[in-house]
Design a protein around this ligand. Structure first.
Ligand SMILES: [Zn+2]
Length: 270
């Protein structure tokens, strides 16, 4: 049995320079014929997904810390939160669906950046399985330990010491029937995406930050947030093939038009 339904949770908004998402002139860089282009500032959502499956409730990503603006000065200098109210608390989003944090059976993390793990403390010491790529955990700590963490923060990682980690070391892993985790790299070395097939037969791909905005997919390029170009370019063609051959629909993490394309919880996708 594939997954029953999937909810998209609204964990607020952040904003930033378009150059993070698109390179060169596309992102507003100066060029020979346009020495002083207007920079553009984009407001984007911070979503999470909750997948209801007969074998458990699976959460994908966990947004920013509610206190990020004061406690995460480095990432919020580039990406300030532009919307965050009590409605955007994970606990509140779950409660609207009739769930409590303790009902979540597994948490899948695309990568350990501050805007994807910030509300994990909601789960306290419950020891809910935390599934990510081994390479991601290693890279996050390596970066922080060298004092180079901007989007990986010690504040986000400290509460996760001794968590019930499940670090994967393979390209593809089927968590449950209809829920497959796939390593992509490209943005961070251990970045992974999730492919979800629902009972209706519809397939959705939660791209995490492998894709931040749809133009990256359309134009096959990425701005300052590109990590490894070769990894990224291999994956983009694979994604396009899945969209073509399997009619997969992409849920692009920071798509400014996300809530116009997909409903917010308590509505669901099927
Ligand atoms: Zn990221």
């Amino acid at each position: 049995m594939p997954a029953k339904r999937m909810y998209l949770l609204d964990l607020g908004n952040l904003s930033g320079d378009k150059g993070w998402f698109l390179p060169g002139a596309l992102g507003g860089a100066a060029t020979r014929n346009n020495r002083n282009p207007a920079r553009s500032w984009v407001d984007v959502p911070v979503p999470a997904a909750l997948i209801e499956h007969k074998d458990g409730l699976v959460l994908f990503d966990a947004g920013t810390s509610p206190a990020a603006m004061t406690t995460r000065p480095k990432p919020t200098e580039n990406f300030p939160l532009t919307k965050f109210t009590d409605e955007n608390l994970l606990e509140k989003q779950l409660s609207v669906l009739g769930f409590k944090p303790e009902d979540v059976s597994y948490i899948v993390i695309s990568h350990l950046h501050w805007d994807h793990v910030g509300q994990l403390p909601t789960f306290g010491n419950r020891k809910v399985p935390l599934i990510l790529q081994k390479k991601e955990l290693e890279w996050a700590l390596y970066t922080i330990w060298q004092g180079k963490g901007v989007y990986y923060t010690l504040e986000d990682m400290r509460p996760l010491v001794g968590a019930n980690w499940f670090p994967l070391d393979e390209k593809s892993f089927e968590l449950m029937d209809g829920i497959t985790l796939e390593w992509t790299g490209g943005h961070t070395p251990g970045h992974q995406i999730v492919k979800v097939t629902l009972g209706s037969g519809n397939t959705y791909i939660l791209t995490g930050d492998y894709l931040h905005i749809p133009e990256e997919y359309e134009l096959e390029t990425k701005g300052w947030l590109l990590g490894d170009a070769e990894e990224w370019q291999v994956e983009i063609r694979k994604l396009k093939l899945q969209v073509m051959a399997q009619k997969a629909k992409l849920i692009i993490s920071h798509d400014p038009g996300l809530w116009g394309k997909y409903p917010k919880a308590p509505k669901w996708l099927e």
